[in-house]
Write a protein that binds this ligand. Structure first.
Ligand code: GLU
Length: 407
C-alpha cells in the first residue's frame, strides 16, 4: 500500500467526524511544497554516484516545518509525503508550535563509509539550504540518520550562512547544541503513554508479555525500557531475524549484539520464527518500531495482542485499523506514541534559541507533561466519540491545524 494513500484515508475518516470544511480538507490533502535534488558524491573509490534527495514541507500553519531526514533504499516520494503529513499531525497532537515536514535520501547506508555518509549529509544541506532554517524548517534524525548526521548538517548549514546556527537541526550530539534526553526521548515518551494505559486498566507489567519489531534507535530504546521496567520481552524482530522465547529473551545480550552489529541468528535458547508467526503471537503488547505497512488486512485478523504501541511511523493500514478496533485491540497510534522524539526536538530548539542547557530531569519532566496531557485528551476524545485512538488523535490535531489556518 502506498503510505500516502493510507495517510489520506486516516485524514478522511477524522475529517468526516468533525465535519471539516472542504477547503481545509483540500489544502490538507496535499503538501505545501515538494523539493527534489540529485546529490552527486565522489565515493571513496573515486567513482561518482548520484543519490536522490527529498524535502517535503507539508504544513506550517502552527509554526515552522519540522521533521526528520531518512536515509533508506526504500525512500520514495509517497513515503516522504506521508511521513511529512504525519509530522504535521504529530506536532499538533502534542501541541508544540511547529508544523510538519520530512526529508529523505534513497541510499543504503550499510554499504557506505562514514566519509561517504558525511558527504551525503552535507550535500543534502547544500541542496536544501534555501528552504531549511531555524525559523523555516528544522530537520532531525529518522531511520538510519543519527546525532552524527545532525552534527554534519548543522556544521554545513553554519558554513553556508556564515554563522553558527545550532537551531537549524535537532537531535544533535550533546557537545554540539544537543539536548539531554533527546536520544531516548521517543522511547521514553512511548513508555509514559503505555504505562499510563497499563495503570488505567490495572494490569501488572510483570505479568505482561511484549514483542518488538525493529531494533534501531527507537526499537532498541523501547526494548531496553520495557525490559528494565519489568515487562517480559518474549520476541524481537530486526530486518533479518525474528527470535522468540516464551519465558523471556535475554535482552541485554540482544542489545549487546546489536551494538556490535552482530546477527541475532544462532542465539542459544531461542526459537527462530517467521514474521507471520511473530504478529500472531499470544501477547499483551505488540510494538511495531520499524517501517510502514506492517499490520495489514492480511495479518490483522491473527493479532492477539491487547495493545499495539506504534513506535515506528505508519505501521498500520486504515483497513487493518478497522479490524483491530472491531476486535477491541487498543492501538496507541504513531502520531502520539512516538511523539516524544519531536517534543524533545522542540525543547532542544528552544534551548538553542535561548542559549541554554536544561538538565535531563527538567527535559523529562516537561516531556511527561506534554505526553500525558496529549494522551489523556486522546483517551477522553476516543471514549466520548466512540472512536479509535488514532482517529481521536487526528480529530484533535486537525481541529488545531484548522483553527490556525482559518486565522
Ligand atoms: N523522525 C522523528 C519522527 O518521526 C523525529 C522528528 C523530529 O524530531 O523532528 O518523529
Amino acid at each position: 500500500m502506498n503510505p500516502f494513500d493510507n495517510a489520506l484515508q486516516q485524514l478522511t475518516k477524522a475529517a468526516a467526524i468533525i465535519k471539516l470544511s472542504p477547503e481545509i480538507f483540500k489544502i490538507l490533502s496535499v503538501p505545501d511544497k515538494i523539493i527534489t535534488a540529485n546529490l552527486a558524491i565522489k565515493k571513496d573509490d573515486n567513482t561518482l554516484e548520484i543519490y536522490e534527495g527529498y524535502r517535503v514541507q507539508y504544513n506550517n500553519a502552527r509554526g515552522p516545518y519540522k521533521g526528520g531526514v531518512r536515509f533508506h533504499p526504500q525512500v520514495d516520494i509517497n513515503e516522504v509525503k506521508a511521513l511529512a503529513f504525519w509530522m504535521s499531525i504529530k506536532t499538533a497532537v502534542v501541541d508544540i508550535p511547529m508544523g510538519g515536514a520530512k526529508g529523505g535520501v534513497v541510499v543504503d547506508t550499510k554499504s557506505l563509509s562514514s566519509n561517504e555518509l558525511e558527504k551525503i549529509s552535507r550535500a543534502w544541506v547544500r541542496a536544501f539550504q534555501d528552504v531549511i532554517g531555524p525559523d523555516k524548517d528544522i530537520p532531525a534524525p529518522d531511520v538510519y540518520t543519527n546525532p552524527q548526521t545532525m552534527a554534519w548538517m548543522a556544521d554545513e548549514y553554519s558554513k553556508v550562512v556564515g554563522q553558527k546556527q545550532f537551531a537549524v537541526v535537532t537531535g544533535k550530539p550533546l557537545d554540539m547544541g544537543g539536548s539531554q534526553g533527546r536520544d531516548q526521548a521517543t522511547a521514553s515518551g512511548g513508555m509514559m503513554v503505555l504505562n499510563d494505559l497499563v495503570n488505567k486498566r490495572s494490569w501488572e507489567p510483570g505479568k505482561m508479555s511484549v514483542a518488538i519489531q525493529g531494533l534501531g534507535n527507537v526499537g532498541g530504546g523501547i526494548v531496553k525500557a520495557l525490559f528494565e521496567q519489568g515487562y517480559k520481552v518474549v520476541a524481537v524482530a530486526d530486518s533479518k531475524n525474528v527470535i522468540y522465547n516464551e519465558s523471556g529473551l535475554n535482552v541485554p545480550e540482544i542489545l549487546e549484539r546489536k551494538k556490535n552489529k552482530q546477527s541475532l541468528g544462532g542465539l542459544l535458547g531461542v526459537k527462530e520464527i517467521s514474521l507471520e508467526e511473530f504478529f500472531a503471537l499470544e501477547l499483551d503488547v505488540l510494538v511495531p518500531a520499524a517501517l510502514e505497512n506492517q499490520i495489514t488486512v492480511d495479518n490483522a485478523p491473527s493479532i492477539k495482542a491487547k495493545v499495539i504501541l506504534e513506535m515506528g511511523n505508519g505501521p498500520t493500514t486504515s483497513e487493518a485499523d478497522e479490524i483491530l478496533f472491531a476486535k477491541g485491540v487498543e492501538v496507541i497510534p504513531d502520531v502520539l506514541a512516538n511523539a516524544g522524539g519531536v517534543t524533545v526536538s522542540y525543547f532542544e530548539w528552544l534551548q538553542n534559541k535561548a542559549d541554554q542547557y536544561w538538565s535531563e530531569e527538567e527535559v523529562n519532566t516537561k516531556l511527561k507533561d506534554k505526553m500525558i496531557d496529549a494522551w489523556q485528551k486522546v483517551f477522553d476524545t476516543a471514549k466520548e466519540k466512540k472512536i479509535d485512538y488514532r482517529t481521536a488523535a487526528f480529530v484533535l490535531a486537525i481541529e488545531r491545524i484548522a483553527k490556525a489556518m482559518s486565522k
